[in-house]
Design a binder for this molecule. Sequence first.
Ligand SMILES: [Zn+2]
Length: 282
Amino acid sequence: MLKKLTERIYYMPHSKETDRPVLGLICGDKYSLVVDAGNSPAHAKEFMEAVSKLDIAPVKYLAITHWHWDHVFGIETMKLITLCHIKTRERLDYMQKLSWDDKALEERVRSGEEIEFCSEMIKKELPDRDGFKLGNADISFDEKIEVDLGGTTCIIVNIGGSHSEDSSAIYVPEDQVMFLGDSISPDLYSGERSYYIDKVISMTNKIKKYDTKTYLSSHDEPESSESLLEFLDELERIGGFAGEKAKFDNVIDEFVKIYGKEPNEDELFYIKTFINGNINKS
Ligand SMILES: [Zn+2]
């Protein structure tokens, strides 16, 4: 099912069942561009079939937000000209050498390379992985790349963040829409969920350079700029407060001293997540 966001932008909503992310479609006068490849050949096929029913310019490009499995497993099925950051490409090069059978997945979970949750979701989304082939990029960029679709521009820009350093946003200036991938989420691959204040600040500064009305994160509903910028400000506030500290109790004591109240549930979660980041760094 595709939803229309603006005159030229559509998206297929995320689904929690097998952790399918949002897939996007940006339509120009000459060409159209897809955002992210989906978490399996079936996901990619479902999306492309829905897209084929629209009266739009030919779908030519695929922009990848970052290397995680749920965003790239459909690359081979989509058969488009695939664009991604150079570090995403390097990860895809590496992932192409891996086996994706149960045994290999379980081995990587044991060694800490793969997350249990992702392994379970891969098994659920793709029970039969015989013959599964991971695609790769055709064009990679360092800082950013602009694609002119005819009357509509896609600026694909590396914004980094805690989640994955290769994270790229796809910004459409004409419609003031930005696809964020998972960039505003914490790091999930270093044990406990972790935010890093320096990475959060650098990412937020890059996001704020572009005048945006609507943001799409991969595992969420579309969000207004007021709501997203408020979240990022809150994240920076808590991250700045946690600073370089690595002891949870000290941070809570200081929070109570300064704010005259106990942190609420959200504040507590973010404090913990920034402290995890500080522990990872030290
Ligand atoms: Zn991710």
